[in-house]
Design a binder for this molecule. Structure first.
Ligand SMILES: Cc1cc2nc3c(=O)[nH]c(=O)nc-3n(C[C@H](O)[C@H](O)[C@H](O)COP(=O)(O)OP(=O)(O)OC[C@H]3O[C@@H](n4cnc5c(N)ncnc54)[C@H](O)[C@@H]3O)c2cc1C
Length: 296
């Protein structure tokens, strides 16, 4: 994307600052299914949004209701403004995928998987209405691309994606951008959550309410199709990040695993430690941890 004249938000910041706040407003909210709501967010500040597509992630800052998001985004140091009090008072920051970006309209879509009203992002999304303000935090234009995890080798001929509902928006964006075959397994809570995904990928949907689960089905598929090599070591930290995105994947097979941390850890262990797939061929991302809020 070409970046045009600097917006006000950029003019006050050093060019080296890695993340920018974008003050946005809800322009539309559409219930896609039992679990998903698509919220459209718009703002002139998106003139500075560096869009790379695929599974590009950003963060949403859930400031207290009534906060002037435009004024917040003009703060010379948004991080200091956000963290001005004790940690318990910081507004929740949550990571989401940019499901679509329409530069001419200066708007993005975010597909939220709702999981009740007891947690900040899910609560906000379930009641979002036109006019509500929010702040998005995203990399400044021109910074190295670190917010896209899908990095298969150019010559990979076997592509596998495994995702739950939180990673469905990312998987869908990747699959729709692919012009080569891929195999995808997506677990969703309910039958109507099997959203339409364009493109040539072969998608297997697993519906939790019907007793279907991602892990056993993907394991079985891997046993049939993943390359076998020398089992490697997998070091897992009990409380550490469940995140490893190889910078330089190599070889004909590439797996992208995203969703609930326990599931992706187990699938990655199966691939690397049991089937001997090169760890550089596996991107794995724990999007959320059961029983644990996303850390700020
Ligand atoms: C790179 C990346 C991209 C992501 N993209 C998306 C996206 O496009 N759409 C999307 O919906 N999510 C996405 N997520 C996941 C989302 O950030 C988490 O689900 C987040 O925890 C939601 O915040 P919350 O405030 O609703 O819940 P939290 O306050 O973080 O968690 C509160 C409780 O809810 C549980 N919880 C969190 N998420 C779920 C869930 N989905 N189902 C059941 N229980 C849950 C937690 O375990 C915790 O017990 C993404 C995460 C990452 C890292």
């Amino acid at each position: 994307m070409t970046v045009t004249a600097p917006a006000a938000v950029r003019a006050t910041r050093p060019a080296t600052e890695p993340y920018l706040p974008f003050a946005l407003r809800v322009t539309n909210s559409v219930r896609l299914s039992t679990t998903f709501v698509r919220v459209t967010l718009a703002g002139e500040s998106l003139v500075d949004f560096d869009y790379h597509g695929l599974d590009q992630r950003m963060s949403l800052l859930f400031l207290p209701p009534g906060t002037d998001c435009e004024a917040f985004a003009r703060e010379p140091d948004w991080m200091a403004a956000w963290r001005s009090g004790p940690p318990s008072s910081w507004a929740p920051l949550r990571v989401y995928t940019v499901r679509a970006f329409r530069p001419e309209a200066r708007e993005i879509d975010v597909d939220f998987a709702l999981h009740g009203v007891g947690s900040p992002a899910s609560r906000w999304a379930s009641t979002a209405k036109a006019g509500d303000g929010i702040v998005m935090i995203s990399a400044a234009p021109g910074h190295p691309i670190t917010d896209v995890a899908w990095r298969p080798p150019a010559d990979a001929s076997r592509l596998l994606l495994a995702a739950d509902e939180t990673a469905l928006p990312a998987a869908a964006s990747i699959l729709e951008a692919l012009h080569r075959p891929a195999r995808a397994f997506i677990e969703v809570p309910f039958p109507d959550d099997r959203l339409t995904i364009a493109g040539p990928a072969e998608i297997t949907w697993l519906v939790r309410s019907e007793g279907e689960r991602l892990e056993p089905v993907v394991r079985e598929q891997l046993d049939r199709s993943a390359p076998a090599g020398t089992p490697g070591d997998v070091v897992e930290q009990e409380d550490g990040d469940v995140w490893d995105v190889p910078e330089e994947a190599a070889g004909g097979f590439y797996a992208w695993l995203a969703g609930e941390a326990g599931t992706v850890v187990s699938l990655r262990r199966h691939l690397v430690a049991e089937r001997g797939v090169d760890r550089r061929a596996v991107a794995f991302m724990g999007y959320w941890k059961k029983g644990r809020a996303q850390p700020n």
